[in-house]
Design a protein around this ligand. Sequence first.
Ligand SMILES: Nc1ncnc2c1ncn2[C@@H]1O[C@H](COP(=O)(O)OP(=O)(O)OP(=O)(O)O)[C@@H](O)[C@H]1O
Length: 591
Amino acid sequence: MSIFSKLMWFFKANKRLYILGLSFLLLTEISQMVSPALIGRFTDVLVARQVTSQSLVIYGGGILLFSILMYGFRYAWITHIFQGSALLERTLRQRLFDHYMQMDTTFYQRRRTGDLMAHATNDLSAIQRVASGGVLMLVDSIVIIIFTVISMTFVVDWRLTLIGVLPLPLLAWGVRYLSPKIRRAFTASQEAFSRLSNKSQESIAGIKAIKTLGQEQQDVASFTSEVKKTIEINKKVAKIDSMFGPMATLVMTISYVVMVTYGGSLVTNQTITIGQLVSFSTYLGLLVWPMFGLGQLFNVLERGNASYMRVQEILAEKSAIVEDESGRESLAHGDVAIDIDEFKYPDDETTTALSDVHLKIKAGETLGLVGRVGSGKTTLIKLLLRQFDGYEGSITVGGFDIKQYKLRAYLRAIGYVAQENFLFSTTVLDNIRFADLTKTTVEVEEAAKKAAFHDDVLGFPEGYDTEVGEHGVSLSGGQKQRLAIARALIVDPEILILDDALSAVDARTEKQILGALKSERQDKTTIIAAHRISSVMNADEIIVFDDGQIKERGTHAELLALNGWYARMYAQQQLATQLDEQLSAKEENNA
Ligand SMILES: Nc1ncnc2c1ncn2[C@@H]1O[C@H](COP(=O)(O)OP(=O)(O)OP(=O)(O)O)[C@@H](O)[C@H]1O
C-alpha cells in the first residue's frame, strides 16, 4: 500500500482526472447494485404467479436501463484512470531519461546498460500498472464490497450477510501471508531480467569480437545458462502468483456453502423470501471479482513498489558534475589556462592520474599532446570536457573558470572528436549536422571537404543520403573518424579537440586535414592529442606527457633540440615512414 503514498505527488497533480474517474466509479457501483434487487423482486412476483405485462416492462426495462447506465459509467471511469496511468508513465520516463542525460561518466561506468534499459522499460511498466490496474482494483474492490454488503443487509437480511461474509477475512490473511513472498520473488525476477538484458546487449554489441575469437558456442552456452536461471526465478514468481486465484475461489466457495445452508433455512422458516435469496446469491456473485481483485492488487502493488524503489534509487544519484544554475550563458572563448595541481579518478583514489599540469593556450593557437600509452593525454581532455570536476586546481577559458559556465554553454564552444566515434542510425548528412540540424547540405559538404571525407561520400550508394550506423552501410575506421571531424568542424567550435582522431587515416590524408584546419581555423584554438608526431609537429606548443606529468614541452624544433623522448619518437617514426615509402616504391617498380 505504501506505493500509493509514494505516488501521492502524482495523484495530487492530476486530482481532477482521478476525482472524475472515481466519481464515475461510484455511479457504476450504484447502478450495479440495483439489478440484483430487481431480479429478487421479480423472482417473488414469479413465485406468487403475479406476472403481468406491466411488471415485465418495469423489471425487464429497469434491469436493461441500469445495465446500460453501468456500461457508460464504467467506460468513463476506466478511460479516466488509464489516461492517468499513461501520464504517470510519460512523466517518469521523461524524468528518468533526463536524469540519464545529466549523469556523468562514472555513473555509466558503474551502471550496466542492460540495467538502465530494464529500469526504463520493465520497472516503469510495473509502476504504471499501479496507477491503472492498481487504482482500479483497490477502489473498485473496496467500493463494490462496501456497496454489496450494504445492499445485502438492506435488501436481504443482516444475519445472512454477516455469516455470508464471515469467511472473507481469511482472504485478507492469505494475501498478507503471500505478499512478502511475491515481493522477494519479483525483485529477484527483475534482477534476472536485468542480467539477461545485459548479457544480450553485450553479446550483440560484441558480436564481431565473439566471432573473431570463435567464442560463439561458449557465448550461446553462457546465454542459455542465464536464460535458464531467469526461467527458474520466473517459475517461482508464477508459483506464488498462482496461489492468489485459487485462494479467492476457495474463500468464495465457503461463502456460497454458508449461503445455501443458512439462507435455505431462513427461507424455510419464512424470514426471507426465495426472491431475497436469489438477490443474495447475485450479490455474492458480485463479490467474486473484488476478491480476485484484492488478491491481484497486492501483487501489482508489491511489484510496483519494488520497481519504484529501484527507479528512485537511480533518480537519487547525483551527478558529480554540478551545474551552476546562475552560470555564464555566453559562449566560452579566449585563452585557455590549465592549472591542474592534482587529479585522481573517483574510482581509483590511490593513483594520481595527473599532477602539476600547468599550461596556457592563447586563443587561435594549436596545442599538441603526445606521450606513451596511458600517460594522461585523454585524462586531461576529459577534464577540459568537464567529464570530471573533482581536481585540485583550475581550468579557465577567457578568464573564467570552466565551472562558472553553464555546462551547455561551455560545451557548445567545444568540438570533440575521439578515436572511436559513435554514428547514429541516420544519413551521413544528419550525422554530420547532428549538433545543428538547420545546417544546409552545402555547409555539410564544406565541412566534409575540410575533413577530407567529401570524396568518400560521393562514392557511397546514395551520397550524403546514405544511411550509416546500425541499420546502414558500415564505414571504415578512417571514414568514421573523418565523418566525426566533419561533425565537429561544421559548428566551427571555439576549441577543437582531436583525441587520437587521426589514428586511422593515412599520412597524406592527415596532412590534408591538418592543412585545412590551419587555414580555416586561424583564430580558433585547436588541441591535438596523438601518437603520430606528424599530427602535432606544427603546433604552437607540444606537451610530452609521462605518468600524468609534463616531461617535455616546447615547439617541434625545441623538442628535437632537447633530444629526449620526443626526438627519439620522431626519429623512429621518420625511419618507419621512410622504410614504408621505400617498400611501396619497390612494390610499384615490381608491378
Ligand atoms: N575512468 C578511469 N578510472 C580510473 N583510471 C582511469 C580511468 N580512465 C583512465 N584511467 C587511467 O588513467 C591513466 C591515463 O589514461 P589516459 O587515457 O589519460 O592515457 P592516454 O595518454 O590518453 O593513453 P592513450 O594514448 O592510450 O589514449 C591510465 O593509467 C588509465 O588506466
